[in-house]
Design a protein around this ligand. Sequence first.
Ligand SMILES: [Fe+2]
Length: 165
Amino acid sequence: METKLYPSRIDLSGEVRRSVVTLLNQTLAATIDLKTQVKQAHWNVKGINFYSLHQLFDEIAGELEDYIDTIAERITALGGLALGTAEIVAHTSLLSAYPLDIVSGTEHLVALADRFATYAQHIREAIAKTDELGDADTSDLYTEISRAIDKRLWFLEAHLHPSDA
Ligand SMILES: [Fe+2]
């Protein structure tokens, strides 16, 4: 899909804005996808640790929801069109589909940790790309998200430590 750009008085060139908006729309799709996958885990996890995982997954989904709005509004601040419908996300997200046949806490933690790792890599690469493009503000936003995602990956992986196996 060609990146649509509205005119703006912002002091970043159209070329830079177009590249950043294209990247941000990839991130928007991945973040919406990740949030729905975390909700899927929140609703369907079962087992002895049900309640703590049910709550943790909801807390993480809430954090992602905040980033979804911030990412979409950065796109529009740059004069872009935010592409955030479920249909677009289903076609463009870089994450693999969430398994529908898993039940236990461990299975959901592994499925989410795998996807958080993929997402974290995308975000870290975007920090450098937007910095190279000369958009320090978007790079800063990516850095903020990256720090939060690394922390959440730690939370997920801490449950999977071998000492608890
Ligand atoms: Fe809920």
